[in-house]
Design a protein around this ligand. Sequence first.
Ligand code: URP
Ligand code: ZN
Ligand code: ZN
Length: 468
Amino acid sequence: MGRTVIRNGLVITAADEVTADVLIDGEQVVALGMPGSGLADTWSDGAERVIDATGRYVVPGGVDVHTHMELPFGGTFASDTFETGTRAAAWGGTTTIVDFAVQGVGQSLREGLDNWFAKAEGECAIDYGFHMIMGDVNDQSLKEMDVLVGEGITSFKLFMAYPGVFYSDDGQILRAMQSASGNGSLIMMHAENGIAIDVLIAQALERGQTDPKYHGVVRHALLEAEATHRAIQLARVAGAPVYIVHLSALEALAEVTAARDLGLNAFAETCPQYLYLSTDDLARPGFEGSKYVCSTPLRPVEHQAELWKGLRTNDLSVVSTDHCPFCFKEQKELGVGDFSKIPNGLPGVETRMDLLHQAVIDGHISRRRWIEIACTTPARMFGLYPRKGTIAPGADADVVIYDPAAEQVMSAETHHMNVDYSCYEGRTLTGKVATVLSRGKVVVDGGEYLGRKGDGKYLTRDTCQYLT
Ligand code: URP
Ligand code: ZN
Ligand code: ZN
């Protein structure tokens, strides 16, 4: 691959906004130059490609650190494969994902991880790494953690929810956190009190409360807050950092904020669905609400202002998607007559960068904060920075040329995720991806996908770069 020069765009990173020319050589960014200085003319001589980005933003490719391609859940599988899901990510300006490999009960971590390598190998449109879901914390899997950290799997997800499936009890959680404290890895916590939730599910079903909206009722905000509090205290006892995933309740955010005010290594992410959707969507008529069933659940609309505030104050430091799509037909429909059988999860890997740009337009966050929460901080949090998450000499040339003035209407008719509905059907957004480069290769341009499956490479990761 030769040289690419991107001229005269507004280069936005977490740190700066500057009109600059960007020189890419092969797979890497090698220099930024001042427009008018003559540098770009020199670079353009003999370059393979010169892109005029006048009036456009030039931003790092998105880093989505929470996806579930092909996740087995509730008797079915998330409907995006690594091929379809990573292609959709590229369309939406995301050039790196970190997906969750799953250790099932009775399996070793290695077996679960090998299974995920087999699913992804040669399939991906963009670069990818793995976290490891620990579904069976025991003497052997605790030892295996150390080995995996040495191999670049530096984060492990535990579940306080889903008893009998992914659930870990407090003793297992404490032991995993103790191991993490020793090997430098980061525990990612699904913080909901699953034992209490299962009682409330059974009681609701006995009362004949079977509609999707009851999913939000039984998964009570206080049960998210309680689990968040417990996860943080267990992490303190173990001397380990903790990262709360898919935080949705303002009461849970208050727990994270209190921990961070104490100076603890407690971090949290939220997801676009919690910023833009609410229990009103879960309560849509008929079975429509099933399209909005995910865990943690959508909350009443009042929670959104607190989440936006948390993003501004950095008590929420990452926005990832928790992309876990299930088609309405035949998959969400598994829960007709019993909300607890609706597979949990929403599509989102393609729409995150645009929805967060809309937050810039709406005045919730600044442009630099957009890049920080969607690209830079996730890369730092999960040991991928500065290779990913910024535009700087030496970084991978994962670059998005973004048209901040283009309008688009979100729809299942036009999205590229392998799912038969959009959570945002008919919503108009300002801003749209124009061109995407993944390690220097143009993979999306002018409304066309130009990449190939297998373009994406596996990423070994360092440990979290935020620990104090
Ligand atoms: O509803 C969700 N979030 N599904 C995916 C699994 C998880 O808990 O992240
Ligand atoms: Zn989860
Ligand atoms: Zn998830």
